[in-house]
Design a protein around this ligand. Structure first.
Ligand SMILES: Nc1ncnc2c1ncn2[C@@H]1O[C@H](COP(=O)(O)OP(=O)(O)O)[C@@H](O)[C@H]1O
Ligand SMILES: [Mg+2]
Length: 366
C-alpha cells in the first residue's frame, strides 16, 4: 500500500512536498482553514476545510498514514488530537516550542546554544526596560506569527519613541539585540524515526527587508570547525525534541562564532536548491523520514544558487537554460509575495554567483 500523507497547509511547501512524493507512489491530502488559498496544491490531492473534532478531520482527510505540516502556525491541540489516530511528524511538542520565539530561545539556551541577547516583552514597561538594557539597534519580534520579516520592528535611537507608541501589547514580543553579522547561513538536516540524521551542506543566505532573496550552497566561506559546530547544535536540538522530519536552523556568523537566529520545523526556502543540486531533495528526505523510509544522500552536485521571485515572476522562455531551472508556485502576483524561485548550478562559486547576478538583474529590473 502506498503511503497516504496529510499535510497541514496548502502553500508552496505543501506543493513541492507532494510533487516529490507522488513519483514515489505517495498520496496526499491537505487540511486548510476556511478561506485559505489552495491554488498551490491544485490537483495534487484532496483538500479538506477544517471543521469538527480531530476524529472527524482524520476521517475527512481519508484516514492518512501520517500527518505533517508545512508551516509553524498550527493548532497544537488539533495535532495532539490527530496523534490518537496516526503518527504526527514532527511531533506536536516540538512544534509547540518552535512556534513560539520565546520558548524556542529558552529551549536553545538550555542546550547552551549561543543566541543574541534577548528579553521577553509583554508591556510598554518591559519594552522601555529592554531599550535601557540591550544595545541598540534592537529587533522587536512577535512571539508568534512572525515570518519573512513580518511582525518585526527594528528600533534605533531615532525611532524608539515612535515604536513605543505604535506597538500593541495584545500579543507578546521578544526584544533582541542587533547582531553585526558577517554572513547568514542555514543548516538543514533530516532525522529519521530510527534516529539517523542526514545533514545537507550548509547554505549561505542573503535577505532583503527580512525576506530571503538568495542562497548559495555549499556555503562558500564556513570553516570546517564552524560546520562541525552547526552540526552539533542541530543534532542536539533534534535529539532533545525527538524530532522526525526535515528541520532548518538559521544562523548568524560573527567572526568564528555561530549564533542561532531561529529554527524552522519544516522544509525551508533556503533548501529549495536541493531539488536540483543535491542527490535527494529536502522534500523527499522529509517524506522519507516521516514515512519511515531510509534517508537519501544529502550530497551536493556541484555548486547551486537560488533566487527567490518576490513579487515578480518570470516565464520559462525568459530564464531557463542549461544551468538555470525555474519553479513557479501557481500563485497570483502581489507585492513581496513569494511566487517562485530560480535555481542555477555551476562548478564554482564564482560561476554560480555570476549566474545569480544575471538572473536577479533580469527578473527584478525587467
Ligand atoms: N538580531 C538581529 N540582528 C541582525 N539582523 C537580524 C536580527 N534578527 C533578524 N535579523 C534580520 O532579519 C531577518 C528576518 O528575521 P528572523 O528572525 O529570521 O524572522 P522571520 O521569522 O521573519 O524569518 C534575518 O534573516 C536577518 O537578516
Ligand atoms: Mg528567519
Amino acid at each position: 500500500m502506498s503511503a497516504h500523507i496529510a499535510i497541514i497547509g496548502s502553500g508552496q511547501l505543501a506543493r513541492m512536498m507532494a510533487l516529490d512524493g507522488i513519483p514515489m507512489g505517495m498520496r496526499f491530502s491537505f487540511l486548510v482553514d476556511e478561506g485559505e488559498d489552495t491554488r498551490c496544491v491544485n490537483a495534487l490531492g484532496n483538500v479538506v476545510v477544517r471543521c469538527g473534532e480531530a476524529g472527524d478531520i482524520y476521517r475527512q482527510l481519508g484516514e492518512p498514514d501520517v500527518v505533517t505540516v508545512e508551516k509553524e502556525h498550527v493548532d497544537i491541540d488539533l495535532l495532539k488530537g490527530l496523534q490518537a489516530h496516526c503518527p504526527v511528524h514532527p511531533n506536536p511538542d516540538a512544534l509547540k516550542i518552535f512556534k513560539n520565539r520565546l520558548q524556542e530561545k529558552l529551549s536553545l539556551q538550555s542546550l547552551s546554544i549561543p543566541l543574541a541577547p534577548f528579553q521577553s516583552v509583554t508591556s510598554r514597561e518591559d519594552l522601555q526596560q529592554a531599550l535601557r538594557s540591550l544595545d541598540k539597534p534592537i529587533f522587536l519580534k512577535s512571539e508568534e506569527q512572525g515570518y519573512d520579516g513580518y511582525n518585526q520592528h527594528r528600533i534605533t535611537r531615532d525611532n524608539a519613541e515612535q515604536v513605543l507608541d505604535a506597538v500593541s501589547f495584545a500579543g507578546a514580543w521578544v526584544a533582541e539585540e542587533f547582531v553585526p553579522f558577517e554572513r547568514e547561513v542555514s543548516f538543514l538536516a533530516a532525522r529519521g524515526g530510527n534516529g539517523d540524521i542526514a545533514f545537507y551542506p550548509a547554505v549561505e543566505n542573503y535577505h532583503r527587508n527580512g525576506t530571503l532573496l538568495r542562497s548559495i550552497a555549499p556555503a562558500p566561506s564556513l570553516s570546517a570547525s564552524q560546520i562541525a559546530t552547526g552540526h552539533r547544535y542541530l543534532s542536539d536540538i533534534l535529539v532533545k525534541t525527538d524530532y522526525v522530519g526535515l528541520i532548518c536552523m538559521e544562523c548568524f556568523v560573527v567572526g568564528d562564532d555561530i549564533l542561532v537566529n531561529e529554527i524552522a520545523p519544516r522544509v525551508h526556502n533556503s533548501g529549495h536548491w536541493t531539488a536540483k543540486g543535491a542527490l535527494t531533495s529536502q522534500f523527499e528526505n522529509h517524506l522519507r523520514a516521516i514515512a519511515g523510509l531510509p534517508l537519501g544522500s544529502c550530497e551536493a552536485r556541484g555548486i547551486s544558487g537560488m533566487l527567490n521571485l518576490l513579487g515578480v515572476t518570470a516565464t520559462a522562455a525568459q530564464v531557463v537554460d542549461e544551468h538555470c531551472f525555474l519553479t513557479l508556485y501557481g500563485k497570483t502576483q502581489q507585492p513581496r509575495r513569494k511566487l517562485g524561485h530560480i535555481v542555477v548550478s555551476g562548478q564554482s562559486h564564482e560561476d554560480v554567483e555570476a549566474r545569480l547576478a544575471i538572473m536577479e538583474k533580469q527578473v527584478y529590473c525587467a
